[in-house]
Design a protein around this ligand. Structure first.
Ligand SMILES: Cc1ncc(COP(=O)(O)O)c(C=O)c1O
Length: 395
């Protein structure tokens, strides 16, 4: 495979590439150079939330491309402002900052929280986050990320971050104090294998945030935009965040990240404090606005719920049939983790050979992140393939 060979030769070897050369992608399916079709059940790692070549996104991108690609942040582009307006009108936030990726959105969140804290007390610049949380690979994002595997080789990262186990209320209580400026977490941990925070955890965060004047910082880079069945995963709980970050699906396949900020924080960062050359790129923003228009339609949300229910029901049936292989099925909406213990890599490889692309996270968890345009027939194909693989494993 000439392309794969050239990639190895010329591109830094940082990713586990699949031995595939994709020439076309449409909806839920990728087609390779030999004409083989693959069902994509993780949507470009939660990016292609409307699948590939969604007509509304393609139309918006083409229209923007015909006007201009980039102007610089000396100018306002209508698509960028429209995307911000839609995010504000549909969330707790009153203003938005645009970045280019999840980790950059989190960097903005870290900087804003630090400045907020420092203005109260020069020592109020520390953070608390979760041991199994993932917040990106820049030094700020890595610092808040708990898992040592991502950061051990890049020490020292940013100081002043305490990590506590997921849903450990007393550890959380012990970690937060007057010097904490922010508590940062994912409502459903993606990289850690689809792990959910509890209501008790959320309640404790609220109490501590109020007691110590700490900002509630929610990373919705993976969970946001209806991935969990609600526009934001925090909406499952009675909590109002101070800042939320988004990325992944936001640009419908184009790179864009966002930090959504509540009204009382609007003035914390001043001109010159933060910025980025490409942030809020007009083409990515046009795609993002088109995407929001589609997913905010009620019919569409109903479709997500129906598909989610179907997947959960059938996966639980499979779990009952293969209890020694499927240990647990967990998640929310179309963010589903199937814990298959030591079998994860084998299942992924076997499904790949049968034309279904699966993703493994947290070592033992098959992470299902289908695009929201998934139909019953796609789910059936996935389930049939999954069951075939279970059968083969069982024998
Ligand atoms: C919850 C969460 N935060 C941040 C990131 C980092 O996003 P990016 O890879 O766009 O920098 C990810 C990526 O997987 C993520 O899942």
């Amino acid at each position: 495979m000439a392309l794969i060979d050239d990639d190895k030769k010329y591109v830094l070897n940082l990713y586990n590439r699949l031995p595939l050369e994709i020439i076309d992608a449409e909806g839920m399916y990728l087609t390779d150079v030999d004409g083989r079709k693959f069902l994509d059940f993780y949507s470009g790692i939660a990016v292609n939330i409307l699948g590939h070549k969604h007509p509304k996104i393609m139309e918006a991108v083409k229209k923007q491309v015909d006007s201009y690609l980039h102007l610089s942040n000396y100018f306002v582009a209508p698509s960028t402002v429209e995307l911000a307006k839609s995010l504000v009108e549909n969330s707790f936030a009153s203003k938005v900052f645009f970045a280019n990726s999840g980790t950059e959105a989190n960097e903005a969140m870290i900087k804003l929280a630090k400045k907020y804290g420092r203005e109260k007390d020069p020592d109020k610049v520390n953070f608390v986050s979760l041991e199994s949380g993932f917040h990106g690979r820049t030094i700020g994002g890595l610092s808040l990320t708990g898992n040592e595997k991502y950061k051990a080789q890049f020490a020292p990262v940013m100081p002043g971050v305490k990590h506590v186990p997921l849903n450990d209320l007393s550890a959380l209580e012990n970690a937060v104090d007057e010097q904490t400026c922010g508590i940062m977490f994912e409502v459903v941990q993606g990289e850690a294998g689809i792990r959910l925070v509890t209501e008790e955890f959320i309640n404790k965060v609220k109490i501590l945030a109020q007691k110590y004047d700490v900002l509630i910082l929610i990373d919705e880079v993976q969970t946001g935009l209806f991935r969990t069945g609600k526009l934001f995963a925090y909406e499952y709980f009675d909590i109002v965040p101070d800042i939320v970050t988004l990325a992944k699906g936001l640009g419908g396949g184009l790179p864009i990240g966002a930090m959504l900020v509540s009204e009382r924080l609007e003035e914390v960062l001043s001109p010159g404090d933060h910025g980025t050359t490409f942030g809020g790129n007009p083409v990515a923003a046009a795609a993002g606005k088109a995407l929001l228009d589609v997913i905010l339609e009620n019919d569409f949300q109903e479709h997500i719920h129906r598909m989610s229910q179907l997947l959960f029901t059938e996966l639980v049936k499979l779990q009952q049939k293969y209890p020694t292989i499927i240990l647990e099925v967990r998640g929310l909406g179309l963010m589903i983790g199937v814990d298959v213990g030591i079998h994860a890599a084998k299942i992924k490889d076997a499904a790949f050979k049968k034309g279904v692309l699966l993703n493994v996270t947290g070592k033992s968890v098959i992470r299902l992140l289908p695009a929201f345009v998934v139909e019953e027939k796609d789910i059936q194909l996935f389930l049939d393939t999954f069951e075939e693989v279970m059968e083969e494993l069982g024998n």
